[in-house]
Design a binder for this molecule. Structure first.
Ligand code: FES
Length: 75
């Protein structure tokens, strides 16, 4: 099973041994280590992987998961 964690003001951290990353041709990228991080800021020189540039450019991202509503519809 794979897990993708959205890091605050940082990359997508991908955890899982059976995950591959492929380009638009279906060619797999070599993943040097696991877990690995995918760039979310657009600034990496090693896309699609994160190279730490997000820290140097002060990447800010405000999105966060919104818990599902506990409200129930009236019958
Ligand atoms: S998220 Fe790390 S370099 Fe873009």
């Amino acid at each position: 099973m794979a897990n993708i964690k959205v890091r605050q003001n940082g990359p997508y951290l991908v955890e899982g041994d059976d995950v591959t990353v492929v380009d638009w041709n279906g060619q797999a990228y070599v993943i040097p280590k696991r877990p690995f991080a995918l760039c979310r800021c657009g600034g990496s020189t090693n896309k699609p992987f994160c190279d730490g540039t997000h820290s140097r450019i002060g990447f800010q991202a405000a999105e966060a998961a919104v818990p599902a509503s506990q409200d129930k519809l009236a019958p």
